[in-house]
Design a protein around this ligand. Structure first.
Ligand code: HBI
Ligand code: FE
Length: 277
């Protein structure tokens, strides 16, 4: 989930280590919280087969955390064996540079607190359901995992080049809200969608949003909405397309982007290649 401003964050940042990690106090989760997790998981599971990409579904099928809030320590050995990633417990949103540094070292920050029942359908800040259910299954996919590490390394560099806003857009339109073409039609791989009830059908079936084929600079010049369904989705052919896009050094891209106008979230350019549902 994209970073918000630092004030009034929900998490408890009192006991953070220098890298902002904390311990997951699994015993502290209440029965009600485990039950809310179960309900969230069950609701998403009814929707996933029609809208999630196979890489997500296949990975989810090998994991077993439908019964309640998972223990990070239990999933980490499996994740390490699969793609040498680890999840680290954090109190919530992190400063961009800390976040990027974790990704650059194949550590994915997962929030430890769970939303309250009134937020069953929508939450502004990433909670453990968004982070774990939405993001963790794809960390088991080698190509996607490599993309995330490359993204993190790019972010560490972007900080110095004052280009974080461009990278935040790339994260938003891929990792959070990306669509992918498959032999079965359009599917999503975006964590912000996969962990959301309403946006899963919307992103694939609604005629309202634009769906534009992925183009790196086009994505990085496009603003996004944080509190409504997306007005535009970008569509990739496969994860290798994402990984290859992050291979070059981005410095010249940032120079080019500074000469381009920022685009509103619902812009369509004549050069855009549209995907029609
Ligand atoms: N912190 N914990 C956490 N999770 C995120 O997804 C996250 C973040 N900080 C910043 C951020 N995402 C985005 O702005 C990235 O594009 C940097
Ligand atoms: Fe997220």
């Amino acid at each position: 989930m994209a970073g918000q401003t630092d004030h009034a964050l929900r998490g408890n940042y009192e006991h953070i280590r220098t890298d902002y990690t904390v311990d997951q106090d699994w015993a502290a989760y209440s029965a009600d919280e485990h039950n809310l997790w179960k309900r969230l998981y069950a609701r998403q599971s009814t929707l996933l087969p029609r809208y999630a990409c196979d890489e997500f579904l296949d990975s989810l099928a090998t994991l077993n955390f439908s019964a309640g809030i998972p223990k990070f320590a239990e999933i980490n050995p499996k994740l390490k064996a699969a793609t040498n990633w680890q999840i680290v417990a954090v109190p919530g949103l992190l400063p961009d540079d800390i976040f990027f540094d974790h990704l650059a070292h194949r550590r994915f920050p997962v929030t430890v607190w769970l939303r309250n029942p009134a937020e069953f359908d929508y939450i502004v800040e990433p909670d453990i359901f968004h982070d774990f259910f939405g993001h963790v299954p794809l960390l088991f996919d080698k190509t996607f995992a490599d993309y995330l590490e490359a993204y993190g390394k790019g972010g560490v560099k972007a900080k110095g080049l004052d280009a974080l806003n461009y990278l935040a857009r790339l994260y938003w339109y891929t990792v959070e809200f990306g669509l992918i073409e498959t032999s079965k039609g359009l599917r999503t791989y975006g964590a912000g969608i996969l962990s959301s009830g309403g946006e899963l059908p919307y992103c694939i079936e609604s005629t309202k949003p634009n769906r534009i084929r992925f183009d790196l600079l086009r994505v990085m010049q496009s603003k996004y909405k944080i509190d409504t369904f997306q007005e535009t989705y970008f569509v990739i052919k496969n994860f290798k397309e994402l990984f290859d896009a992050t291979a070059p050094d981005f410095t010249p891209y940032y120079a080019e982007l500074r000469n381009r106008p920022e685009l509103s979230a619902n812009t369509i350019l004549p050069i855009d290649s549209l995907v029609v549902v």
